[in-house]
Design a protein around this ligand. Structure first.
Ligand code: IMP
Ligand code: MG
Length: 179
């Protein structure tokens, strides 16, 4: 269970996450993606991506993996409306099947930006895979092809996700009740 904390309400436990990732990897393997490249959007997805690619290995997949650092939030909890590339991918995505991995689909701006960018570079197909799809009205009409969990409108932390650089280390997903 890990170190108990009174300031965080647990929403998805470490066990629930790990079980769900096994199911998610099976769903991904059924897509029969050719020349698959997993592109994880940093920083929030780093733990999700690390666990997901090992779950993909367990179902027999051999993806190439790369990272792209995008920023839309800064230190604020409200999306700024613009997306910046802080670090680009190194791989050539032309002709590749891409699994775009992120922690949260919220306004949709980050994933729409990444998808448009990779599509303009000639990706053969792009699937969006998120840990959490928030059930909110999006600024941009985009959905996740694959998701581990859905959650209502709330700010979540843990399992890689932060609030002002804190809480990424938590092995579960939670919500801050008193900072
Ligand atoms: P969007 O561009 O508004 O869809 O936001 C997506 C990005 O914002 C994600 O990649 C996250 O890094 C961040 N984000 C959105 N909601 C949350 C949250 O509840 N907790 C932590 N990060 C979030
Ligand atoms: Mg992010």
């Amino acid at each position: 269970m890990g170190h108990p904390r009174s300031d965080i309400d647990v929403i998805f436990t470490a066990d629930q996450i790990s079980q769900r990732l096994t199911g998610l990897a099976e769903e991904i393997s059924l897509l029969r993606l050719e020349r698959l490249a997993v592109i994880a959007i940093l920083k929030g997805s780093f733990i999700f991506a690390a666990d997901l690619i090992r779950a993909l290995h367990r179902v027999g997949m051999e993806p190439e993996v790369d990272f792209m650092t995008l920023s839309s939030y800064g230190k604020s909890m409200v999306s700024s409306g613009t997306v910046d590339i802080l670090r680009d991918v190194a791989i050539d995505v032309n002709g590749r099947d891409i699994l775009l991995v992120d922690d949260v689909l919220d306004s949709g701006r980050t994933l729409a930006y990444a998808k448009d960018l990779l599509s303009a570079r000639g990706a053969e197909s792009i699937r969006i895979c998120v840990l959490i799809e928030k059930e909110v009205d999006r600024a941009i009409d985009i959905g996740a092809d694959l998701k581990a969990f859905k959650c209502p409108k709330m700010f979540v932390v843990g399992y890689g996700m932060d609030m002002s650089h804190r809480f990424r280390e938590l092995p579960f997903v939670g919500r801050v009740v008193s900072a």
